[in-house]
Write a protein that binds this ligand. Structure first.
Ligand code: COA
Length: 194
């Protein structure tokens, strides 16, 4: 496992906690650890974790699905990100498509890498880990842009995405079964550096 790919030793433009390493994550093998991080970061109950577990395992079978983890020196997962090339036939894409089309933004669904989940354990937040994870994952994408959805509120996640160049493509997007509306955001790749 390496520090952030492409950065020489001793100089890392993305400030990240020195003791955290970013590298490939075997998400199917470590799905329970990842969901434990998500449960505390995002707030998931046991039932939601069980549902997410099946979804994550299914997602990781998609062509081009990739995951990265942030790991502490004792090998624990401090955060993770995963995503995949967008496919208009995927459930997420079919939900957001009419909202994007209404604002003439539906071309963002093509040639786009979707960030499906990004979560950092609260103990390790605000140290550049989330920024390093999403930047490294999208740097490995062949697509020219990236899209994602985030709860439509002023949150650390939305602040981070804005600072990486993501802009709002649709607001108040309602996913069946989700209690709160989402914003759909898109950014050109590579993501903006500070
Ligand atoms: C979103 C999340 C992954 C960010 O991870 P992180 O490691 O804390 O983020 P980083 O330290 O890399 O980046 C911090 C950036 O977030 C933004 N940010 C942090 N706190 C913020 C706040 N209170 N308000 C607005 N923006 C904030 C800033 O843009 C900040 O960048 P800066 O350091 O240049 O100021 C993390 O907060 C998290 O796991 N949250 C809960 C789960 C979640 O919401 N996941 C996203 C689902 S869409």
């Amino acid at each position: 496992m390496a520090h952030i790919p492409g950065h020489g030793s001793g100089h890392r433009p993305d400030a990240i906690a020195d003791d955290i390493e970013i590298g490939p994550l075997d998400l199917p093998a470590r799905v329970d650890e990842a969901l434990a991080v998500q449960a505390v970061a995002f707030g998931l109950g046991a039932e939601e974790v069980a549902v997410r577990r099946q979804i994550v395992l299914r997602h990781m079978n998609n062509p081009g699905a990739r995951a990265l983890g942030a790991t502490t020196p004792d090998g624990r997962l401090a955060g993770f990100v995963y995503g995949m090339p967008n496919d208009r036939a995927h459930w997420w894409s079919t939900v957001v498509e009419p909202y994007l089309r209404a604002r003439d933004n539906d071309e963002w669904l093509d040639d786009s890498f979707v960030i499906t989940e990004l979560h950092v354990h609260p103990r390790h937040q605000n140290r550049g880990v989330g920024r390093a994870l999403i930047t490294a994952l999208t740097d490995g994408a062949a697509e020219s842009r990236s899209i994602l959805s985030a709860i439509d509120a002023d949150s650390p996640a939305r602040g981070l995405y804005h600072s990486l160049g993501y802009t709002d493509l649709a607001r108040q997007v309602v996913f069946p079964s989700a209690p709160k509306p989402y914003a759909v955001m898109g950014a050109p790749l590579p993501l903006r550096r500070r």
